[in-house]
Design a protein around this ligand. Structure first.
Ligand SMILES: [Zn+2]
Length: 140
């Protein structure tokens, strides 16, 4: 599969996994919330660096304004990234971008499956947390 198609599939699976039960996700750099279909999966290091294109440490949900119009809001992205993973993450990603090999197609496919399974587990957990119909009636 061509790399851009692969990216679209991966990005969709990632955003679906990240979404809450109403399908909403939050922008990593500005906090704006919208449906995952109207949001992007942004990168810290540009995805033209193939080795970090699908690296989970290098991707976050972003709104289209931050990701497309404001060049990824890279300073805010950097600050939040370090807050989340620690100061070493930056060097790690830069080294990976420089010396790492791009993921192979089957590796990306495995990651897509992984995010889909995580989403399924999340959905199941939500179902189990919800009161069943009989329990809901008792509460009335
Ligand atoms: Zn944003």
């Amino acid at each position: 599969m061509e790399s851009e198609k692969m990216w679209k599939k991966f990005s969709k699976a990632y955003r679906e996994y990240k979404a809450n039960e109403y399908g909403y996700v939050i922008c990593f750099t500005c906090g704006y919330s919208n449906h995952y279909k109207r949001m992007d999966t942004g990168h810290y290091i540009d995805r033209r660096h193939g080795a970090v294109k699908f690296n989970p440490l290098n991707i976050e949900i972003q709104c289209m304004i931050c990701n497309r119009l404001n060049n990824g809001e890279i300073e805010k992205y950097r600050k939040n990234l370090i807050e989340r993973y620690g100061a070493d993450v930056e060097e790690l990603l830069h080294n990976e971008a420089k010396f790492g090999a791009p993921m192979l197609q089957h590796e990306v496919e495995t990651m897509i499956t992984y995010y889909k399974q995580l989403k399924k587990l999340k959905d199941e957990a939500r179902q189990n947390l919800r009161p069943s119909d009989s329990e809901a009636k008792e509460e009335v």
